[in-house]
Design a protein around this ligand. Sequence first.
Ligand SMILES: *Cc1c(COP(=O)(O)O)cnc(C)c1O
Length: 380
Amino acid sequence: MRKDFLPFSPPFLGEEEIAEVVDSLRSGWITTGPKTKRFEQEFAAFVDAPGALALSSCTAALHTALVVAGIGPGDEVITTPMTFTATVAVIEHVGARPVLVDIEPDTMNIDPKLVAAAVTDRTRAVIAVHYGGHPCDMDALQAICDQHDLLLVEDAAHAIPARYKGRMIGSGSNPVAYSFYATKNLTTAEGGMLTGDPAMIEKAAIYSLHGMNRDAWKRNDKTGSWRYDIVTPGAKYNMTDIQASMGLQQLKKMDGILARRREIVEMYRTALAPLEQFDLPVEREDCQSAWHLFPLRLREGALQVSRDEFIEAMRERNIGTSVHFIPVHTFTYYREKYGFVDEDYPIAFRESERLVSLPLHPGLSDQDVADVIEGVKDIG
Ligand SMILES: *Cc1c(COP(=O)(O)O)cnc(C)c1O
């Protein structure tokens, strides 16, 4: 058994990130500035996005996208229960009503057939979450959104970098929100990015920084002016140059990071696919997953232990795991406000009860991966 604890998802940072952060600290410009602008440009180029705005989180990016689209009280937004609470909370933040629909059993992404069935005359948008980094069925979702004139927003917190039918997630003109939280594929400690059409990005930039008109971040620079106007009571969602420093260096490593994630996925597959106790994550033919997660599903009845006991036994072996996700419809706030019940989301509920995410990050050594596999086999 391993001596030291294997964390589930530690940040993958090197000397390059440290040097770039120190450079910012010494430069005298520590908040939104030239590095944030450069990070936006380089990120947009990396995902083929028409425009990009760096923000303080993915939650901020999702909220800003809904605000800029004018979604508010009386409106409905359709999304999935198999996500982090933030995806649904932002719908509440703008005063709209979240309408949750169930998932597809293989990818655990939102089911387009159920989206189509949930559209009413109050529906304004769909938020698609690329669960674990695997793209949603975007053509089917886009067709529904086109038919009913809905905005398709993507929660791409897991999906850096992912491809759907050859196209990068983030390359469209619709709003796509990324997370750079400490556990995500690319991290700036805290941070996020909103990509999409440049006109939408311009409005988002104003909203995200107090509602100040034009280039507000330059107002303390020599070329800037002290004079500004407020066109809307905006938020304070800007990214700092310290965060962007990390992001610029992380971006250079993304291809290597994905390659290592894939190697680890293949090791897990080779070792665990023959075992009848588990169902393994899939990758559809026309998709390339960003492999943010490796959600293992335990087959009911085929194991000696419950899911919770499995997680505890892994911890005793010094291996950190997690569960993605506790479905949002099960949380007190949503149950009490909307009366959501498990029977309305049978697949999300059933799958969530048997999910365990194994460690999957580029810092894992082959020995670490072997330790995880040994633990899974012994406990299962
Ligand atoms: C992490 C995560 C978020 C929130 O990201 P923040 O950057 O922490 O706001 C949103 N959606 C999903 C699916 C996530 O996993």
